[in-house]
Design a protein around this ligand. Structure first.
Ligand code: PLP
Length: 395
């Protein structure tokens, strides 16, 4: 069964990949400037100049045996210390290096955390719309993904639906704020209520229910929005972080897991994380980028570019009659499909050379995801085609 599952996972074509490949083919046929590819979430802003300079300096000046060598499995101590100090300064928390475990990005943080807290057959709640890899990661850890719909009016948690889904077999709940694909940022009120709901469920069912907070987009928020720090609302929290998006280095594979010291059993949880990292064969996070962490802990790439893109795209599409919740973070706009079948809408958009992802793979029907991590000119040039698409639906 396992080999079959792996084969089918390997063979299953992702809609996003298919659109991306179609886009490349189409660009070769009609010219790159005439194809508007909004399919993929690859940061379009380069890593900061200072980051590249520090990286060159590191390679030129520091001991190569140490820079490229194995580190301890949880990660280099000075890197973990730099992260803990930075978090404590920004969020008035009390983290220490021993609460941190460095990983190969948020994906690895998630697979390790799930393996550490889910027993075979236990349930993990995810909120739709969700990152399509969640069910794959949960099932690989032996768990069962349980999809709970968000409120479609604002993509905040629907507590009625959450309470219905929680039961004695629930091992964990995954949240992702700012969200891929909706761009929604969970409010402080939502965090407070979530903490209370999960604590009550732990008492009611007499078991630990872990809150796994997937945060690769934490630094990508626009305007005055502040993201609450989740450990303040619920002790049994695991944070899965990554620099893929905030520093525009997704190919370098660097992130971390943070266990909350408020959790009375955090030491045993941390041992489980170390054990899962070992069992999954991660060995250690990329050493070169571990060495970069103390140097770049305060850097981000130029996030203002995404804020501008968001404003341009949201305002323009809303002006044409498309319906969407204005995103506060990440770099995605989640637009209501003007017809019930989002796949059909995406196909019609393709005829106007616009590539957008139908929402079905995100666990929710009737929307499309538009990734606006693209050059601003692409959005500007695509607008007449979006207008024609809107006219086709008489919006
Ligand atoms: N979680 C979400 C919601 C994502 O969108 C992504 C990547 O797009 C990941 C996790 C994986 O991120 P990483 O590149 O850090 O593994």
């Amino acid at each position: 069964m396992n080999t079959e599952r792996m084969r089918s996972l390997g063979e299953k074509r992702s809609v996003i990949r298919e659109l991306f490949e179609y886009g490349n083919k189409r660009k070769a046929e009609i010219g790159a400037e005439n194809v508007f590819d909004f399919s993929i979430g690859n940061p379009s802003v380069p890593a900061p100049k200072e980051f590249s300079e520090e990286l060159c300096r590191l390679l030129a000046e520091e001991n190569p045996v140490s820079v490229h060598g194995y580190t301890s499995a949880p990660g280099d101590f000075s890197a973990r210390k730099a992260i803990a100090e930075n978090l404590n300064e920004r969020f008035e928390t009390a983290f220490a290096p021993e609460h941190l475990y460095l990983t190969c990005g948020a994906a690895a943080s998630l697979t390790i955390s799930l393996s550490a807290v889910v027993n075979d057959g236990e349930e993990v709640i995810i909120f739709a719309p969700f990152f399509p890899e969640y069910p794959v990661f949960i099932e690989t850890a032996g768990g069962k993904p349980i999809s709970v719909p968000c409120r479609s009016s604002d993509f905040q948690i629907d507590f009625y639906e959450l309470e219905k889904a929680l039961n004695k077999n629930t091992a964990a709940v995954i949240i992702n704020s700012p969200n891929n694909p909706s761009g929604a940022v969970l409010s402080e009120e939502c965090f407070e209520k979530l903490g209370k709901t999960l604590l009550e469920a732990e008492e009611k069912f007499g078991r630990k229910i872990y809150l796994i907070s997937d945060e690769p987009y934490r630094e990508l928020v626009y305007g005055e929005i502040k993201i609450p720090f989740v450990t303040k609302y619920y002790a049994d929290t695991i944070i899965c972080y990554s620099w893929s998006k905030s520093l525009s280095i997704p190919g370098e594979r660097i992130g971390y897991i943070l266990v909350s010291p408020e959790n009375t059993k955090w030491k045993s949880l941390y041992s489980g994380i170390c054990g899962a990292g070992r069992a999954l064969g991660f060995v250690c996070a990329p050493s070169l980028f571990q060495h970069m962490i103390p140097k770049c802990i305060k850097m981000t790439s130029d996030i203002s570019v995404y804020a501008e893109n968001r404003n341009l795209l949201y305002d323009s599409l809303a002006g044409m009659g498309f319906k969407a919740v204005r995103p506060d973070g990440a770099f995605y706009l989640f637009v209501k499909s003007p017809e019930a079948d989002a796949k059909a809408f995406s196909e019609k958009a393709k005829k106007h050379e616009i590539l957008i992802v139908p929402s079905d793979d995100f666990g929710m029907e009737g929307f499309v995801r538009i990734s606006y991590c693209v050059p601003k000119e692409q959005i500007e040039r695509s607008l007449p085609n979006f207008k024609k698409l809107a006219e086709e639906y008489s919006l």
